[in-house]
Design a binder for this molecule. Structure first.
Ligand code: GAL
Length: 432
C-alpha cells in the first residue's frame, strides 16, 4: 500500500466529512445491504448505489444488463444502500474505505462531494484508462469540470442530469379545483393555488416528505431561486446567508406557509411514498427532482399529460437546477480492470440511453439520440438546451463542500421539526 493510502489519510476521510462522531472508527456496516459486498473477485464489479425507489431500481437494472451483455466475461454485484439522496450511502462507503474494504465503485454526486475523497487521495485518476477523447468530446465542459480533482485529473464519470426545480401535479386534482398551473409565476402564487385546492378538494395540496432534511432543504433552495433569483441563490452558495438575510428568511417563511398544506404523514414517509399520493389522487402538487417522473412512468395507467404533468417550479422558468450522479474508482480497488470497464460503460451512449429514460433524467453526454426519450424527457432536454442558468445544489452535494452541506442538513433537520425561521436562520449563519 502506498503512503497516500495510509490509515492516517483514511481517517481524514471521516474527519473532513464530519461524520466521525456518528460512525465511530470501529463501526462496520460494509456490504450489509442488498446482495452483500466486499468479497468481490477481479471479474465482478461491486456497484454500491441508493437507487431502490420506483423507476430508479429499474433504471440501474437496465444499466447493469447492458453492461453485462457488452462485457460478457464480467458480472455485477448489485449492492444497494437504500436511503434517498444517499442518506445512508456515504457513511457506509467511508467506513469501508477506512477498513480497506472499498467496493469496486459507488454512486456519488460529482463536484463538491468528491472533495471528501480527493483530499484523502482515495480515488483513482481515470484520465487515461476511462476518459478517452471520444468520451471527452461528448461531455459539456461544465460537466467535465465537475468530474475532475483539483489537479485537473478525471476521477468520476457522470451518468445523468436531473432537474430539481420541478413542480409535478395530478391533472384531475388540479382540474377539479379549477387551478391552472401555467398561471403560477411565483412561490406566492403556488401558496394561493394550494389554498384553493384545500378549499375545493379532499386532496392534500402538496405531497412532501419531511422525514429527512434533504427534501425540505431542496424545497427551500427552489423557493429561494423562485423568490430572489439565481444570482442571490448563487451568492448564498458562495458566501453564506448573512449578506442575503431578507431573501433567506423569506424563503424559510414561505416553506413554513406551505407546510400547512402538506400531507398529514409528511414526517413519517420517504419521498417516493409521498409521491404515491400524487399517483393515487390524494395529493395535488409535488416539488421534487425529476426522479419523481421516473416513478410516474413506472406506474401503470398513470400517463404523462393525461394523469400527471409538470411546470418549472414557479418563478424558476429558464433555470435548470442541476443534480447529477456519477461513479468513481476507489483505491485500492478489488477489480481494477473490470471497474474501468464499468466506468467506460457508464460514460457510453449505450449505457446512458438505457438508464436515463427510465430514471427520469437526461443523459450527461450530449450525443445520446432523442428516440429513446418519451415526451416528458424530450421537453426537459429542450428546457435544458434553452436554459439560461444551471445552478448547483446544496441538498445534492454539488454546490458546497461536504462540511457545509452537512451543516445545512443539521439546520434543516431542526427546521423540519420546529418550523422556526429565526432559529434556522441563526443556525445557517454558522453553516459556512
Ligand atoms: C439524488 C440523486 C438522484 C435520486 C435522488 C433521490 O440525490 O441524484 O439520482 O436518486 O437523490 O434519492
Amino acid at each position: 500500500m502506498s503512503d497516500k493510502h495510509s490509515q492516517f489519510s483514511r481517517r481524514t476521510v471521516l474527519k473532513t466529512s464530519g461524520v466521525a462522531a456518528a460512525v465511530g472508527l470501529a463501526g462496520c456496516t460494509g456490504g450489509d445491504g442488498g446482495d452483500g459486498g466486499g468479497s468481490g473477485t477481479e471479474n465482478e464489479v461491486e456497484v454500491v448505489h441508493w437507487w431502490t425507489a420506483g423507476g430508479e431500481s429499474d433504471a440501474i437494472q437496465a444499466l447493469i444488463e447492458g453492461f453485462e451483455s457488452e462485457y460478457s466475461d464480467l458480472s455485477v454485484n448489485n449492492n444497494e444502500a437504500p436511503g434517498g439522496a444517499g442518506s445512508a450511502l456515504s457513511t457506509e462507503i467511508q467506513d469501508r474505505v477506512l477498513q480497506d474494504n472499498a467496493p469496486s465503485t459507488f454512486q456519488i454526486w460529482p463536484g463538491g462531494s468528491l472533495q471528501t475523497y480527493t483530499e484523502s487521495d482515495v480515488l483513482a485518476d481515470i484520465s487515461d484508462s476511462v476518459w478517452d477523447s471520444e468520451m471527452e468530446d461528448a461531455y459539456k465542459e461544465g460537466v467535465r469540470d465537475l468530474s475532475q480533482d483539483d489537479n485537473g485529473n478525471y476521477v468520476a464519470v457522470p451518468l445523468n442530469i436531473h432537474r430539481l426545480n420541478n413542480l409535478f401535479y395530478n391533472v384531475d386534482v388540479l382540474d377539479s379545483a379549477g387551478v391552472d398551473p401555467s398561471t403560477l409565476s411565483s412561490p406566492a402564487d403556488l401558496l394561493s393555488a394550494m389554498e384553493t385546492i384545500d378549499a375545493e378538494t379532499d386532496a392534500a395540496p402538496m405531497a412532501q416528505s419531511t422525514q429527512s432534511a434533504w427534501t425540505v432543504l431542496q424545497l427551500w433552495e427552489d423557493v429561494l431561486v423562485g423568490e430572489a433569483g439565481v444570482e442571490t441563490y448563487e451568492a448564498v452558495l458562495e458566501s453564506g446567508v448573512e449578506e442575503n438575510e431578507d431573501a433567506v428568511r423569506s424563503a424559510l417563511q414561505t416553506v413554513v406557509d406551505y407546510r400547512e398544506y402538506f400531507n398529514a404523514d409528511a414526517g413519517s414517509v420517504a419521498w417516493d411514498e409521498a409521491n404515491n399520493d400524487v399517483i393515487n389522487g390524494e395529493a395535488a402538487f409535488m416539488h421534487q427532482g425529476d426522479w419523481a417522473a421516473g416513478q410516474y412512468e413506472s406506474s401503470e395507467g398513470f400517463d404523462f399529460e393525461d394523469s400527471w404533468d409538470h411546470v418549472p417550479f414557479p418563478g424558476t422558468e429558464g433555470v435548470y437546477h442541476i443534480v447529477t450522479d456519477s461513479f468513481v474508482k476507489p483505491e485500492p480497488n478489488p477489480s481494477p480492470d473490470a471497474t474501468d470497464a464499468w466506468l467506460s460503460y457508464v460514460g457510453s451512449v449505450d449505457g446512458q440511453e438505457r438508464f436515463n429514460p427510465i430514471k427520469g433524467s437526461i443523459p450527461a453526454r450530449t450525443d445520446v439520440p432523442d428516440d429513446a426519450f418519451g415526451p416528458f424527457l424530450s421537453r426537459q432536454r429542450e428546457d435544458f438546451d434553452n436554459s439560461n442558468a444551471q445552478p448547483a445544489t446544496i441538498a445534492h452535494g454539488t454546490g458546497v463542500s461536504p462540511q457545509v452541506k452537512s451543516n445545512f442538513e443539521e439546520a434543516f433537520a431542526s427546521f423540519a421539526g420546529e418550523w422556526n425561521v429565526d432559529r434556522t436562520y441563526s443556525d445557517l449563519t454558522d453553516a459556512f
